[in-house]
Design a protein around this ligand. Structure first.
Ligand SMILES: Cc1cc2nc3c(=O)[nH]c(=O)nc-3n(C[C@H](O)[C@H](O)[C@H](O)COP(=O)(O)OP(=O)(O)OC[C@H]3O[C@@H](n4cnc5c(N)ncnc54)[C@H](O)[C@@H]3O)c2cc1C
Ligand SMILES: NC(=O)c1ccc[n+]([C@@H]2O[C@H](COP(=O)([O-])OP(=O)(O)OC[C@H]3O[C@@H](n4cnc5c(N)ncnc54)[C@H](O)[C@@H]3O)[C@@H](O)[C@H]2O)c1
Length: 449
């Protein structure tokens, strides 16, 4: 073991959350070591948000062109994956090269180390043979990895996770997707729009099971895949194509198989036991300053507070302020927003109706189908969606909302403000909503409370 290098802070994992934390601490003048064993930036820019949203954009362009008949004339649409793969490779990921991100961090004064860090004690880590001691502490921002369920036969096959699905330059004729969460649904709709026969296998009773049941219904009606719910894969075999045996005795086949059955923090080999934390835990639990233990902060997917880039950035900001002693508000997850980028987009914030009813005594709900609003009517084809608001009637404030529809991800912004700032419903009801916008439907949903 070489000499111990003394620094102020070590950030383990430079995905979205770690890069933000390490960069800001370095820019503030601290001696920061940032450790990343893969690509600086993490899942979001290379295999997550950015490339998948480029795919979604391409699929939506095809869908919109296919809506021209009956609206605006005729259109011949010939999908081609090549420009999508090129944008993903050249524009989004720099061919999966993180030089720009590394330079961005070192340009702020940080020290970058490529490697896998293991915690060896309070404020101490090692990367290979090199040991570091961090006087202010450690930040764990190690994210999540795709969960691969222990299905008989699956392990030896060339299945895809989101990574292979993002990297593919050619499309299969058929694709089986295990898991109907956000990842399964977004990929499914894109690939369907490019002509792939897609089957989703979802173990629970509905796709997008974490969202409102109405969101699941809209998703099921627009994705265009064969959707099998309430069944699980019991066996997988591969002989050039995949055969998946299901728990009800039926089988499905596909040229490719995408596993999208959730994400898990990989805490087991991080050395958490050396600082008194449980390496068998699912996530690193933190207080409202993102402290997991004395001198250890955790941010991003690894905390289990919502696996979204905006949550990683939010938590990074709190940890940075705490490490720099700057004070300010602590973590508050009441108004956590999220958008599933299918078409129509499904925006949501705060509690679903079921979550609200489980924790509150006086819940009221207002719902309006988007097609019944003026803008939905004008829009015509592609106007699927709804706006739903969930209120704590005792306090007279919204605690949750869903906006599904064209620009559903944008519409949710207004309701996120309402939930975050606890704007009285009486105030919202007196608001003027521009005509004819989609978001004017929020006023109708509020009246329906
Ligand atoms: C297909 C897909 C689509 C998504 N779309 C969206 C979206 O549209 N909007 C959204 O908000 N979110 C989206 N997400 C989620 C988003 O990507 C994550 O929430 C975000 O990347 C979390 O950032 P993070 O920094 O916590 O973790 P990560 O991005 O996972 O980064 C963690 C980093 O830590 C590194 N690491 C782990 N262990 C060690 C170690 N011991 N030593 C050194 N380095 C280590 C890893 O290599 C990794 O780079 C999507 C995710 C996927 C998979
Ligand atoms: N637009 C976005 O913001 C976006 C997009 C993609 C991913 N993400 C993030 O990534 C996370 C992970 O996404 P995900 O879709 O992988 O996970 P998920 O947990 O949202 O969904 C996984 C689904 O797989 C099902 N499942 C689990 N095991 C199964 C099995 N053996 N057979 C059949 N079904 C099974 C589960 O019931 C669940 O519905 C999301 O929760 C989200 O936080 C966000």
């Amino acid at each position: 073991m070489g000499d111990v290098r003394n620094v102020d802070v070590v950030v383990i994992g430079l995905g979205v959350g770690g890069e933000e934390t390490a960069g800001r601490l370095a820019a503030a003048g601290l001696d920061v070591v940032g450790v990343e064993h893969n690509l600086v930036g993490g899942e979001c820019p290379y295999w997550g948000c950015i490339p998948t949203k480029m795919m979604v954009r391409a699929g939506s362009a095809l869908a919109e062109a296919r809506r021209i008949p009956g609206l605006a004339g005729t259109a011949t649409v010939e999908p081609d994956w090549a420009p999508v793969a090129r944008r993903v490779r050249e524009d989004a990921t720099d061919n999966w090269d993180d030089k720009v991100a590394v330079d961005r961090f070192t340009g702020k004064g940080g020290t970058f180390v490529r490697g896998r860090a293991t915690i060896t004690g309070p404020g101490r880590i090692k990367i290979g043979e090199q040991a570091y001691a961090a006087s202010r502490g450690l930040v764990v921002a190690t994210g999540t990895v795709a969960v691969i369920p222990p299905i008989d036969g699956l392990a030896g096959t060339p299945y895809w996770t989101n990574r292979e699905a993002v990297e593919t330059t050619t499309l299969p004729e058929s694709l089986v997707i295990l898991g109907g969460g956000a990842i399964g649904c977004e990929f499914a709709q894109v690939f369907v729009r490019f002509g792939v026969q897609v089957t989703i296998i979802e173990g629970s009773g509905r796709i997008l099971a974490m969202e409102e049941p109405e969101s699941s219904e809209v998703a099921a009606s627009v994705i265009g895949a064969t959707i099998r719910t309430g069944v699980r894969a019991s066996k997988v075999s591969y002989d050039g194509a995949f055969t998946v045996e299901l728990s009800d005795g039926s089988t499905v086949t596909g040229e490719k198989l995408l596993v999208a059955t959730g994400r898990a923090a990989r805490l087991g080999d991080l050395g958490l036991e050396t600082v008194g934390l449980d390496p068998a835990a699912r996530f690193l639990t933190t207080d409202d300053r993102m402290r997991a233990a004395d001198g250890i902060w955790a941010v991003g997917d690894v905390t289990g507070n919502g696996a979204f880039t905006h949550m990683a950035m939010y938590e990074a900001d709190i940890a940075v302020r705490d490490i720099l002693g700057q004070g300010g508000p602590g973590a508050d997850y009441r108004a956590r927003p999220r958008v599933t980028f299918i078409d129509p987009e499904i925006g949501a914030v705060g509690l679903t109706e079921a979550q609200a009813r489980a924790s509150l005594t006086n819940v009221r709900v207002g719902h309006v189908p988007l097609g019944s609003t003026s803008r939905g009517f004008v829009h015509g084809p592609g106007n699927e969606g709804f706006i739903k608001v969930v209120a704590d009637a005792d306090r007279g404030v919204l605690v949750g909302a869903t906006t599904a529809g064209p620009a559903g991800g944008e519409m949710i912004g207004a309701l996120a403000v309402a939930v975050h700032a606890e704007v009285p419903i009486s105030t919202l009801l007196s608001q003027i909503w521009a005509y004819p916008t989609f978001h004017r439907g929020i006023g109708d949903a509020l009246k329906a409370l």
